[in-house]
Ligand binder design. Structure first.
Ligand SMILES: N[C@@H](CCC(=O)N[C@@H](CS)C(=O)NCC(=O)O)C(=O)O
Length: 219
């Protein structure tokens, strides 16, 4: 048994769960995965012992409980990776933290209209507000790649927390057919070719539980 437990929701839908899961996998940290199907009658009861917010993801490490994807990512970097979750250069690190905060707190239309669904393959209506948010993510990806991407194929060169935070967006953009600039599409392809991202998508597609449409937003 590992000392680390990651509590996650349905892989098909739970973009917040995917982020720390991918970070742990990418850095080769072994952990036990606890899968809890969301929006079932007993979901809160099952989450109660693990997650004070009654949401996923949550991480248990020795006597410590951490919840909320970004806090978990910070904890993993600080406690398990000696800071390697972030770029080493302070300027790059500041940019990486900024783009992570942005995906965590912004993009309400993307979260509402294009929630992650690994099984989906459909072209959905794109409102002006949604188009603006897609364009902003395109700009973030293109700008990070151009300014900070030397030395690797990820936003800041080698894989960092920023890539874990944006990986679900590549899944959404693929599912719903986003039109991206060449640079942003190249980065999306890098994420989609990542073997751990592929495993997550495959496992999500294999799940049988489904979640009502009204609950899927913000997942
Ligand atoms: N800000 C949180 C969001 C967590 C969140 O909304 N998780 C969803 C699933 S992806 C959830 O647990 N939903 C269950 C509920 O709202 O009852 C994070 O970054 O971890």
């Amino acid at each position: 048994m590992s000392q680390i437990k990651l509590i996650i929701g349905n892989k098909n839908y739970s973009s917040w769960s995917m982020r720390p899961w991918l970070l742990l996998k990418e850095f080769g940290i072994s952990f036990d995965e606890v899968n809890i199907a969301l929006y079932q009658k007993n979901t809160a009861e099952k989450l109660g012992p693990y997650s004070p917010s009654l949401k996923v993801p949550a991480l248990l490490h020795n006597e410590t409980t951490v919840w909320d994807s970004l806090a978990i990512a910070e904890y993993i970097s600080e406690q398990l990776l000696e800071g390697r979750g972030w770029p080493a250069n302070p300027k790059k690190r500041a940019s990486a933290r900024s783009v992570c905060a942005e995906i965590h707190s912004e993009f309400p239309n993307l979260k509402k209209d294009w929630p992650m669904n690994c099984k989906a393959s459909v072209n959905l209506f794109v409102s002006d507000k949604l188009a603006d948010e897609i364009a902003r993510i395109d700009a973030i990806w293109s700008c990070c790649r151009r300014k900070h991407g030397a030395g690797g194929d990820y936003l800041f060169g080698r894989f960092s927390i920023a890539d874990a935070m944006y990986a679900p967006m590549a899944v959404c953009f693929q599912s719903y057919g986003a039109t991206l600039s060449q640079e942003a599409q190249r980065y999306a392809n890098t994420l989609l070719a990542n073997p751990h991202v592929q495993t997550w998508i495959e496992q999500g597609r294999a799940e049988e539980e489904s979640v009502a449409k009204s609950n899927v937003s913000y997942m």
